[in-house]
Design a protein around this ligand. Structure first.
Ligand code: ZN
Length: 419
């Protein structure tokens, strides 16, 4: 499997405490790094030109986001505050498109059969003319159109994210040679995705799942969808790979488990092997609990990597040490602290506790709203440990959040996956 990923870790900042944050990407990469050596090759994604996005988006919308003025504000809010457009967000979103295009070219030319684009922001809520739900550009739907236009491929886009892929549906509504299928929690945001929404040519499939439902319901729904995908006869299957339907995700009302993600990956691999030479391109969407995201992406991808028989060279292996990632505007700084100075410290700014890199002043981490710290101690302990180690690996952040949820007795999780 080829991983095409965003190499600038903190590009596209989030609002402090927001669940959709740069650490998600590092958690996803950390999960993929658990897979056996020789199964993965790593590639840095490069942005496409803005004009390329026009196959999926209204030029007026693209002009609006590309001409946004940052002289008075560091970020605009597109969707009542939930979707942040900072000065680097568009570059980040265009890089996700570039990753998808490169991975598709590699898959369609037979160099690999599977790819995964790990980049932010996610995309499946972005419609032709609006960003929403943390999404700016519709990466997965764009990738489907790009694969069709450039490679003549029939493309099935499947979306197991917790939320309805309303943006993908909007972009693909009237597009021939594409199929879009989504499961999502009934009644959850954005509220669309009723079974009667079937697209201009009956090629859109929506299966809302009852709140509180779990493995049996999801497997039944996806077994049916996989049959429909087989009937459609795709040349490529794209997955809007969200991991927020897991029972431990803070946004989830569904009860999917790690075993469900393995099951999904395995059934998908069998289907792809049968109908499209094993060609599967996955694109990261949601998934807000870092522990779930890390292990979910690994469980899902482990099954898909079985499709690639040849071992590959590792390529550009990612760094999952937070101190190894530089914010774009701080590029060039040395993070060597002065003599006697610790590399990291805990700082309180704007009522929030942060882990700050001493030499650069860069804020590397703050706890998301859905994780409650009962004191400053967990951060202080973590910083002490990281200073001794000379690193702040994302795995230490994942452990901190998991511990904090346990200690505070605040665990929105309903799975037994991590108990
Ligand atoms: Zn989602």
């Amino acid at each position: 499997m080829q991983i095409h990923y965003q190499t600038k870790g903190f590009i596209h900042p989030s609002k402090p405490g927001h669940p959709e944050r740069p650490h998600r990407q590092m958690a996803a990469l950390s999960g993929l790094l658990q897979l056996p050596e020789g199964k993965l090759s790593w590639h840095g994604a490069q942005p496409v030109e803005l004009v390329e996005a026009e196959i999926a988006h209204d030029p007026n919308y693209l002009r609006m986001i590309s001409e946004a003025d940052f002289s008075r504000t560091r970020a605009h809010q597109l969707d009542g505050g939930d979707t942040v457009l900072s000065e680097t967000t568009l570059e980040a979103a265009l890089t996700a498109l570039g990753g998808a295009r490169s991975a598709t070219a590699q898959i369609m030319s037979g160099k690999t059969s599977t790819g995964f684009v790990v980049a932010r922001p996610p995309g499946h809520h972005a419609t032709k003319n609006s960003g929403m739900g943390f999404c700016l550009l519709g990466t997965a739907a764009w990738a489907a159109l790009d694969a069709r236009n450039r490679h003549g491929a029939r493309v099935a886009l499947i979306d197991p994210d917790l939320h309805h892929g309303n943006g993908s549906q909007n972009i693909l509504w009237d597009e021939p040679d594409t199929l879009f299928a989504s499961t999502h929690e009934k009644g959850n945001w954005p509220g669309s995705g009723q079974p009667e929404e079937t697209g201009g040519m009956g090629q859109i499939i929506n299966v809302p799942l009852d709140k509180g439902s779990g493995s049996a319901t999801m497997r039944e729904a996806w077994a049916d969808i996989f049959d429909r995908v087989a009937e459609f006869g795709p040349d490529l299957i794209i997955v809007s790979a969200g991991f927020d339907a897991h029972g431990d995700d803070p946004l989830s009302g569904l009860n999917w488990t790690m075993e469900d993600y393995s099951w999904f990956g395995k059934r998908l691999a069998e289907l792809a092997d049968e109908v499209c030479h094993g060609r599967v391109l996955s694109i990261l969407e949601g998934g807000y609990d870092l522990q779930v995201l890390k292990h979910g992406i690994a469980a899902f991808s482990a099954e898909l990597t079985e499709l690639d028989d040849k071992s590959t060279s590792p390529g550009l292996v990612p760094d999952t040490d937070l101190m190894g990632w530089r914010a774009p505007h701080l590029g060039g700084y040395s993070n060597m602290p002065h003599p006697g100075q610790e590399a990291l410290k805990v700082t309180k700014v704007g009522g929030r506790l942060w882990i700050e890199e001493t030499a650069t002043g860069q804020f590397l981490y703050t706890v998301p709203e859905f994780v409650k710290l009962i004191s400053r101690d967990p951060l202080t302990h973590l910083v002490r440990e990281a200073n001794a180690l000379g690193q702040l690996p994302i795995d230490m952040i994942i452990r901190l959040e998991a511990e904090a949820k346990r200690v505070a007795g605040f665990n929105p999780g309903r799975s037994n996956d991590f108990s």
